[in-house]
Design a protein around this ligand. Structure first.
Ligand code: SAH
Length: 368
């Protein structure tokens, strides 16, 4: 048998050659501005207009001279992608599909979901803000059978500026108070690019590190490599079952990597970063939602510095899985609570508008 490999795909090779405001670094951007007869500080103002203020049209940047603005409108696009679809739900959740330039003939469409906080939110900073869900890859190589993103496989990793662009586009829909890296793709398989985008989100968009959550299937070696750098985000690991055989089915790319190894890497993460982990558990009716599953999950997690986030399955077209009833979700949570494991429930928002990650893209791919 082949030795288990932690890395189904390599990270991308050379950096992008795309010439947009977001793709250029500060020095390159200053060069472009100087080339147009402007001053280097104008470049910094422009970047701030985009990242801190959410302006995505040169004409709107009234803090720049008018003639410079019209030169820039001709010379330098701000964003690389194109919005190709948008859907909105009654709870004001908006989902947009962004198409990034094709590379090697591969389509690179990703989804961004903007979820305004509900007015009942206790935290004042949340109340008028929104949570943005972003993607790290076009498609996904993990292959979870209940997830829409994996069904078309991996197209490609996103560049750092493409990940950042999702934040910029999200910002145009309203102020961001939180972000979850829970869209398409596996963040740890494109981590260098994600990290560089998140640095800009932290430093230039001002989103605090406790307000960003990265969700992963939890490759232990990668977590151990990252933890010492004390990354500025909260970690969530998708576990989905306490049983090894079942995890091999539900998270196919993790075959050969034991649940205990993942949990141990989670413990190490807490030691190194001082931040508690969340274990995500998608509840699938009749598959992993029995009382026995809850008890065995509690056995695995009891005494660990971690909480559980239960996610009732969000139906995907043509999928055999079903969402459990509210009462059985609550029963599962109760068993965990009785076993001294803290769990919260996350009902998906915007369900009527294809809001389960990967659904909008899957529908588009199928109708083309
Ligand atoms: N690859 C990463 C991040 C992307 S998915 C990971 O697996 O964690 C973010 C979360 O949404 C994961 O926990 C994933 O299992 C869950 N998810 C995927 N499809 C879902 C669906 N149809 N309903 C509910 N949760 C889903």
């Amino acid at each position: 048998m082949e030795a288990p490999s932690e890395a189904p795909r390599p990270e991308p090779g050379p950096p992008t050659t795309t010439r947009t405001l977001l793709a250029l670094d500060v020095a390159e951007l200053e060069q472009v501005f100087v080339g147009l007869g402007a001053k280097p500080f104008h470049a910094r103002i422009a970047r701030e207009n985009v990242l801190a203020k959410g302006l995505v049209e040169w004409e709107a940047m009234t803090s720049l001279p008018a003639s410079l603005r019209s030169d820039l409108a001709r010379e330098l696009p701000i964003l690389a992608g194109r919005e190709t679809a948008r859907s909105a739900a009654v709870d004001r959740t908006t989902k947009i599909l962004i198409e990034f330039p094709r590379e090697k003939q591969r389509d690179a469409s990703v989804e961004v979901v903007h979820m305004p906080s509900l007015s009942l939110d206790a935290d004042p900073d949340e109340r008028d803000g929104a949570t943005l869900c972003v993607s790290t890859q076009a498609g996904c190589p993990i292959g979870c059978p209940f997830c829409a993103s994996g069904q078309l496989g991996l197209a490609r990793n996103l560049h750092a500026h493409e990940i950042l662009e999702q934040y910029v586009r999200g910002r145009t829909l309203g102020r961001l108070s939180r972000s979850v890296v829970m869209g398409m793709g596996e963040p740890l398989l494109n981590f260098t690019n994600l990290q560089s985008a998140l640095d800009a989100v932290h430093d230039e968009m001002g989103l605090g590190s406790r307000r960003v959550t990265v969700s992963t299937v939890g490759f232990p070696d990668r977590l151990r490599a990252i933890a010492p750098n004390r990354p500025r985000f909260q970690l969530a690991i998708s576990l989905h079952t306490p049983d090894q055989e079942q995890r091999d089915e539900l998270v196919p790319a993790m075959r050969g990597i034991g649940i205990e190894d993942v949990l141990k890497a989670g413990d190490d993460w807490f030691e190194k970063t001082g931040r508690e982990i969340t274990y995500e558990y998608v509840l699938l009716h009749g598959v992993n939602d029995s009382a026995g599953h809850a008890r065995r999950l509690a056995d695995r997690l009891r005494g660990r510095r971690a909480t559980v986030n239960l996610i009732p399955y969000n139906p995907v077209a043509e999928s055999p899985y079903r969402r459990p009833e509210g009462a059985s979700v609550e029963a599962f949570r109760r068993v965990l609570a009785d076993e001294r494991v803290v769990a919260t429930v996350r009902w998906s928002r915007g369900v009527e508008s294809d809001a389960a990650c990967g659904q909008l893209r899957l529908r588009h791919a199928r109708t083309r």
